[in-house]
Design a protein around this ligand. Structure first.
Ligand SMILES: NC(=O)c1ccc[n+]([C@@H]2O[C@H](COP(=O)([O-])OP(=O)(O)OC[C@H]3O[C@@H](n4cnc5c(N)ncnc54)[C@H](OP(=O)(O)O)[C@@H]3O)[C@@H](O)[C@H]2O)c1
Length: 244
């Protein structure tokens, strides 16, 4: 079969990093950005999932490189940044997507190490990636950081208080850093989806056929990433049309 040659797209020449890009919402985001022409780097802890998504993108004529990287480990992120710098010399789009959650546990029953795992993955890692990649974007002359938050960062979520707190904090961090970086031509956007059908949660008692799909979130990310330079979509809330 003849090799597929990708047509130039709105993100051709741009490099994007999607954390947690091996599966779930991150994989859908990576596929969409690659389809728009971006050179995509995905990272996560599970090599098999990363390779599966990366092979899928390459098979469709896109560019994707997968790196195993635990985003709670700053040295691993710095090694990843070195690899990106050597290969692409730039990073234009950073999608902080990776997260974990514990549902169905009241806060008083949560173990301290579980609190640390959630906060380190969902919040501290975003500090780490921004600390590492913002200087590269500043050197590039600009960039876009898209943080995948949640409606759990807008509402109370009983029995998932730590997850909710991590997302409320991620929103506050995003709004504040957005103001810090506007002058450097770096837009920081936050996307807050409602229930999405992925492995993150069993979504017990909810009708999966009414839930959002990973592709719905990927669509919003693509829209944000392809905005004209003068336009800054700072926040998007995504709800399923019918309550699941
Ligand atoms: N699903 C929903 O209902 C929903 C709703 C609103 C917002 N969100 C948000 O959407 C984002 C994606 O969630 P999802 O539903 O796609 O979840 P998911 O299917 O569980 O995927 C989570 C991703 O994060 C990666 N990850 C977790 N810990 C990591 C670490 N320490 N280092 C690197 N990668 C790590 C996982 O890869 P490995 O396990 O291989 O590391 C996986 O690729 C999250 O920010 C989540 O909070 C989800």
């Amino acid at each position: 079969m003849a090799e597929q040659v990708p047509l130039p797209g709105p993100l051709t020449g741009r490099t994007a990093l999607v954390t947690g890009g091996g599966r779930g919402i991150g994989a859908a985001i990576a596929k969409n950005l690659a389809g728009l022409g971006a050179s995509v780097v995905i990272c996560g802890r599970t090599r098999a999932a990363l390779e599966h998504t990366s092979n899928d993108i390459v098979r469709r004529g896109g560019e994707c490189i997968a790196y195993q990287c635990d985003i709670t480990d700053l040295p691993s992120i710095e090694i990843l940044a070195d690899k990106i710098r050597r290969k692409f010399r730039r990073l234009d789009i950073l999608v902080n997507n990776a997260a974990i959650a514990i549902f169905r546990t009241p806060l008083h029953a949560l173990k301290p190490f579980e609190w640390d795992d959630i906060m380190n993955t969902n919040l501290r890692s975003v500090f780490y990636t921004m600390r590492t990649f913002v200087p590269i974007m500043v050197t590039n002359g600009g960039g876009h950081i898209i943080n995948i938050s949640s409606l759990a960062g807008k509402n109370p979520v009983p029995n998932a208080a730590c997850y909710a707190a991590s997302k409320w904090a991620l929103n506050g961090l995003s709004y504040s850093v957005a103001e810090e970086l506007r002058g450097s031509n770096i837009r920081v956007s936050v996307i807050c989806p409602g229930s999405v059908d992925t492995d993150l949660s069993a979504h017990e008692g909810k009708d999966k056929s009414r839930m959002l799909t990973a592709q719905d979130i990927a669509h919003a990310v693509a829209m944000v990433a392809t905005q004209a330079p003068q336009s800054f979509v700072s926040e998007i809330l995504i709800r399923p049309t019918q309550k699941p």
